[in-house]
Design a protein around this ligand. Structure first.
Ligand SMILES: [Zn+2]
Length: 473
């Protein structure tokens, strides 16, 4: 149904960018045409004409606006997303220039509620949380690169008090700022777990493939073969009630980063538990309110797994993954093999993988995606740094990655907080049990049911995966 002119004009007055592309407006007095979200001065109603396309506007002799670039948008550019991405890049580059959320809103050029909506949509975070994480990242760099006193590091990152700096730093990294600085000395270090961290679930995550060739959990000792700074390396740690003791490595900073990901530090588990409570769904988090999503060892690992694990059962997926590691990985001590780098996978022939029982299609997908990485056409580091929207669009464009793989990768390897791997049987059977449905929900029903968990849908997914499982001991 066509929108009324009145409705369109209201959206123009509101500079509502969510209507960009749905219509274009021409301003007869200036001779230009714009997107509804354009922030240029608002024309009087009698001077405005509406058009379904750029072409229709141009056909009447109007020219494209130099502020909102309507033709670019029509060709697939997304100026609203780009302006938010530019703002976030600015926040991360110089967090101290942003005193608080109000500064972010002011600099955005949007209204306050629109900014919250855009941050949630594109970054799965509130502006305040994104700013806090940018400050911590800034402080981490400064701690390693300078010998400035902690008060100075804190102030330069935008923290007004040293105790607030300490508290957030420790929550997000498991270390005090002083201990973080000592990482570069290469000694062993101790990560402090958040209160109520459910260790049995971490043990389950670390030993989910009982025949793994790249990781091993014996008692409370964990060792894995992985790649640290692009080199094969062993990482070991000891689990205790409130701490993780990580063995020394010359690459301590990168090892800390990887272990933090495995532990899911920095995920807002308490926020999700409160939401579940509020929704009357406390049963979803019972016995594990502090559950985190254990991140994959590397983004490339996650990428391989998101293709290997498609549409097959878990034991078979583990088997294929082990065979791939044995074929192309790097053997290290303790009988462990580091998973292959992209170059080793890109050098394989489909027949190598088909011989290991990969389907013809899956073999091609795995090799193709490794080639994209090696040839510089898929920048995994940039994906993790950019917006969730950009990551999702980039990944969906890759042959072999559908909505399940893309969302799985975004939550397990890129750390985005509001993803659902649609079509996942663990999610659908979890939802069926949680809401006592007669049958498993299809994709549309899954979408509707999961909507209540925004902006924590990744953690909701993690809980649903556990919902039908026996409690770990
Ligand atoms: Zn304009």
């Amino acid at each position: 149904m066509r929108m009324s002119d009145q409705r369109m004009y209201e959206r123009v007055l509101a500079s509502d960018a969510s209507y960009n592309g749905r219509f274009f407006l021409g301003v007869l007095t200036t001779g230009i045409y714009c997107l509804p979200g354009c922030t240029a001065r608002k024309p009087k109603r009698e001077n405005v004409r509406f058009f379904p396309t750029c072409e229709a506007a141009r056909a009447t002799g109007l020219r494209p606006c130099k502020k909102c670039f309507p033709d670019d948008f029509a060709q697939g550019a997304d100026p609203v997303l780009e302006s938010i991405e530019a703002l976030v890049a600015e926040i991360r580059r110089d967090p101290v220039a942003f005193h608080d959320t109000r500064t972010i809103v002011r600099r955005s050029g949007f209204g306050s509620s629109r900014v919250f909506e855009l941050f949630r949509l594109h970054y799965h975070q509130t502006p305040a949380d994104l700013l806090l994480r940018a400050r911590i990242a800034h402080a981490r760099t400064a701690l390693l690169a300078t010998s400035a006193p902690l008060t100075e590091v804190a102030a330069n990152a935008g923290f007004e008090s040293l105790s607030v700096f300490h508290e957030h730093f420790r929550r997000l990294t498991g270390l005090t700022p002083g201990d973080y600085r000592k990482l570069s000395r290469g000694a062993s270090f101790t990560i402090h777990l958040p209160t109520g961290y459910p260790l049995p679930y971490l043990r389950r995550a670390l030993s989910r493939d009982g025949h793994s060739v790249n990781e091993h959990l014996a008692g409370d000792g964990y060792t894995c073969a992985t790649r640290i700074n692009d080199r094969p390396a062993l990482v070991s740690f000891q689990l205790a009630d409130e701490t993780i003791e990580v063995a020394a490595s010359p690459d301590n900073v990168a090892v800390h980063q990887m272990v933090s990901g495995l532990l899911g530090l920095g995920q807002d588990a308490n926020g999700f538990a409160r939401l579940a409570q509020k929704l009357g769904l406390a049963r979803l988090v019972r016995g594990r309110p502090g559950l985190r999503i254990s991140q994959t060892h590397s983004v490339f690992d996650g990428l391989l797994w998101s293709i290997v694990g498609q549409q097959i059962n878990f034991p078979f997926a583990c088997q294929l993954r082990r065979r791939l590691i044995e074929l192309a990985g790097t053997p290290l001590d303790h009988g462990l093999i580091a998973p292959p780098a992209a170059a080793a996978v890109a050098a394989l022939k489909p027949a190598d993988l088909i011989a290991l029982k990969f389907s013809r299609q899956k073999a091609a997908y795995v090799i193709d995606v490794a080639r994209l990485v090696v040839e510089g056409n898929l920048d995994l580091h940039a994906l993790a740094q950019g917006s969730a929207t950009r990551a999702e669009r980039t990944l969906l464009d890759i042959r072999g990655l559908g909505p399940w793989s893309v969302n799985y990768l975004m939550m397990r390897a890129l750390g985005f907080a509001d993803c659902v791997p649609y079509g996942d049987t663990g999610v659908t059977s979890g939802l069926q049990a949680l809401f006592k449905l007669e049958q498993r929900p299809d994709v549309d029903a899954t979408r509707r049911l999961m909507a209540v968990f925004a902006p924590y849908r990744s953690l909701a997914t993690a809980h649903l995966w556990q919902f039908n499982q026996p409690m770990p001991t």
